[in-house]
Structure formats: structure tokens, C-alpha cells
Design a binder for this molecule. Structure first.
Ligand SMILES: Nc1ncnc2c1ncn2[C@@H]1O[C@H](COP(=O)(O)OP(=O)(O)OP(=O)(O)O)[C@@H](O)[C@H]1O
Ligand SMILES: [Mg+2]
Length: 358
């Protein structure tokens, strides 16, 4: 997947202009609040996903402007594509002259992965973020998995409601048996899909992380699951029944699993330095792009917003000069970082304008 041209009009502070990236690493630099993240966001929207900043459509349109328009030219394995996205009351999308049913029509047509600073919470925060990452990654590859996750949450809510009511009506315990049968099947499917994804992801992340750390550190993952320890979710539900009735909630299962990220044998969340945590999150994103390549045959473009801060020169050099086989976009403020790029393109953004190359 290679973006060759992006035209914008009244997209946030990007008033009117055109950006021509190269096929390798593209650094977008400038001072704060000039439009760097806006440019990445513009590229990202062609993936058919929502803004990675969680923005509403209206917020994407330049202040006091009637609509925003983006036009992209990109090459995939099949052909050269022309895509257009207009944001007005709602989003409308056209691909190669054919009108799509909304921006989600781009899903699977242009693929991208994005690292926004908020993604660091994958390492720093509690297990929920990591479960969500695994589930979202599986969904991206297997859209049918979304229904599994939805059914799992629904059954879990029903079970927790039953656990609350069972203290008043013991006949509900029979219903609990029936519910547990189904919940166990769906829950095991969730665990299985997450673990399968993780098996594909791990070797990719290990390799990138080794490169990033100059071969000095090793990353690893451990999927922590009580269901597995007790021989399946069904057995766990049975073992926990008394405790669950007392606490009126389902105390163990895929909704409580965690993905431990380990650097040199120790938890990255607990012991990792800022740079290590950032490197781990970054390696996960690159790994995600490689799994997508394996599964879809297309390498997504990689969008990296503000990744360079906290990384030492060795790690910056690896990202800028040693990652091959994909198109990467990196925003940064620091001119020293820009100076480290040996190939690729450098683009300065000032006040929403792409400045001529110097
Ligand atoms: N709908 C909009 N219309 C006009 N300007 C907007 C709109 N939305 C955001 N902006 C402005 O765009 C400017 C650039 O934002 P952006 O997030 O791209 O900055 P940046 O270059 O990434 O800066 P930083 O280095 O601080 O991350 C901000 O000043 C912001 O207020
Ligand atoms: Mg920014």
C-alpha cells in the first residue's frame, strides 16, 4: 500500500494544498500546532475507520468552512487508486469514480495502522486496553469475530444479572446452568482467537523490538488466563460458582484475562522505562502491520504520531533508516530527529501549509 498524493481542502487547519510522499519513510516536521497530526489524521480516514483522535465529523471541517475534502492517490497490489472523501453533514466517499456507501466503504480498500501517543496505554494501563487491542486486531482480520465478542458481553451481562437475582429466587440456578453452557463455548472461542492472533504477532514484535533496542533487549508476551489454568472456561465457571454467587459477578474468564508484556523477563508495565514502554508499543504496531500483510497480502501504511520523543539516537535511527518494505509517516518537532533521516522525504508544515522542500 503506497500513498503517492494527498490533496486537502479545509480539512481542520489544512486549508488547501497537496502532499507528495515517497514510498519509504516520510518525516513530517514543524512546530507545535501547525497541522502535522491533522495530516496523519487525513491519511488515516481513508482506512474507513473513525478518527484516531475520536473526533466527530464536524470537528474535521475547517472553522467557518462548509465542508472538508480529501483526495488521495494510492497504489495497492492490484492497481493505482483514486479516492475522495468529503466531510459535510456526513461523510461521503468515492473510490475510482464509484460512490461508496459512506466512509466505511473504504474499509479493506486502503489499510493503515496508527500509533498515536494514547496507544502507550497499551503498556502502561490495566488489562482492559490490552484485551481491547487483541479483540480489535482479530476483528480487523475476521469481521465475524465482532459478533462473538458482542455475544460474549451480552451473555456475561445476563449471567451477572442472574447472579444478583439468584439470592432471592433459587430456581434461577437452573437458568444459570443453561447460560453457563453457552457462555463457556463463546468464551473459549474468544480466548482461542486472541491466542491465535498472539501466536502470529509475537515473532514479528520480537524481531522489531530486538532491532529497536540494538539487540540489547528482548520482548515477550504471556497470555494470562484463569480459564486455561483450570482446563477451560466451563470448568472455571463451575469452580467459581459459589464465589460468583457471593460476589454477584463473574469473577474469572476472558473478560478478566491479561496480556502481560515482558521486557528482559520483567513486566514492562511495572519495570519498563519510558523509552522501553514506547519501544514496546511501537513494536506492537509494526507487528500488527506485518500480521495484516500475511493475512491480506497488503502491507498497511504505518502512521506514527509523535513517537520520537523519549527515544535515544539508536532507536530513532532504527525507525528512520532500518525499517524496510513499507511506507511510514512520522511526525516530529525536533530538527535533530529530521537530520537523522538518511533516505526518505522530509516535509515541513507551517500554519497548515506544506512548505517547499529545502
Ligand atoms: N476544525 C478545525 N479547523 C481549523 N483548525 C483546526 C481544526 N481542528 C483543529 N485545528 C487546529 O489545527 C492546528 C494544528 O493541529 P495539529 O494537531 O495538527 O498540530 P500538530 O502540528 O500536530 O502539533 P503538535 O506538535 O503540538 O502535536 C491546531 O492549532 C488546532 O487548533
Ligand atoms: Mg500533533
Amino acid at each position: 500500500m503506497t500513498l503517492s498524493e494527498l490533496r486537502f481542502k479545509d480539512f481542520r487547519n489544512l486549508e488547501e494544498g497537496v502532499y507528495y510522499p515517497g514510498p519509504g519513510v516520510n518525516v513530517i516536521f514543524g512546530e507545535n500546532a501547525q497541522g502535522k497530526t491533522n495530516l496523519l489524521e487525513a491519511i488515516w480516514l481513508f482506512s474507513g475507520m473513525k478518527s484516531f483522535r475520536g473526533a466527530k465529523d464536524q470537528e474535521l471541517i475547517g472553522f467557518e468552512k462548509p465542508f472538508a475534502r480529501l483526495k488521495a492517490a494510492y497504489q495497492n497490489n492490484v492497481r493505482e487508486n483514486k479516492a475522495q472523501l468529503t466531510v459535510a453533514e456526513k461523510k461521503t466517499a468515492v473510490l475510482n469514480g464509484v460512490k461508496l456507501s459512506g466512509a466505511t466503504g473504504f474499509l479493506g480498500k486502503f489499510s493503515a495502522v496508527v500509533f498515536a501517543p494514547s496507544f502507550l496505554s497499551i503498556v502502561k494501563s490495566g488489562p482492559e486496553e490490552r484485551r481491547r487491542f487483541l479483540d480489535a486486531s482479530v476483528c480487523q482480520l475476521k469481521p465475524a469475530y465482532a459478533a462473538v465478542v458482542t455475544e460474549f458481553s451480552r451473555l456475561l451481562r445476563q449471567r451477572n444479572a442472574l447472579l444478583k437475582d439468584a439470592q432471592f429466587e433459587s430456581s434461577l440456578l437452573d437458568m444459570l446452568d443453561v447460560l453457563d453452557e453457552r457462555l463457556a463455548v463463546v468464551g473459549d472461542k474468544v480466548t482461542e482467537e486472541r491466542k491465535k492472533y498472539l501466536e502470529n504477532l509475537t515473532p514479528k514484535v520480537e524481531e522489531i523490538y530486538a532491532g529497536l533496542s540494538g539487540g540489547r533487549e528482548e520482548i515477550g508476551f504471556c497470555y494470562l488466563s484463569k480459564s486455561r489454568d483450570s482446563g477451560g472456561f466451563k470448568d472455571l465457571l463451575r469452580q467459581n460458582r459459589r464465589e460468583d454467587l457471593l460476589s454477584k459477578t463473574t469473577t474469572g474468564g476472558p473478560h478478566r484475562d491479561d496480556l502481560e508484556i515482558v521486557i528482559n523477563g520483567r513486566s514492562a508495565r511495572v519495570y519498563g522505562s519510558q523509552g522501553q514502554q514506547r519501544s514496546a508499543a511501537l513494536a506492537l504496531k509494526f507487528g500488527e502491520s506485518e500480521v495484516l500483510l500475511d493475512e491480506t497480502g497488503e502491507m498497511p501504511v504505518v502512521l506514527l504520531d509523535d513517537v520520537m520523543s523519549e527515544l535515544d539516537a539508536v532507536r530513532q535511527d532504527f525507525i528512520l533508516n532500518h525499517i524496510e518494505g513499507r511506507q511510514v509517516f512520522i511526525t516530529c518537532c525536533d530538527p535533530d530527529t529530521v537530520g537523522r533521516l538518511s533516505g526518505g522525504t522530509k516535509t515541513e508544515i507551517k500554519n497548515g501549509r506544506i512548505l517547499p522542500c529545502t
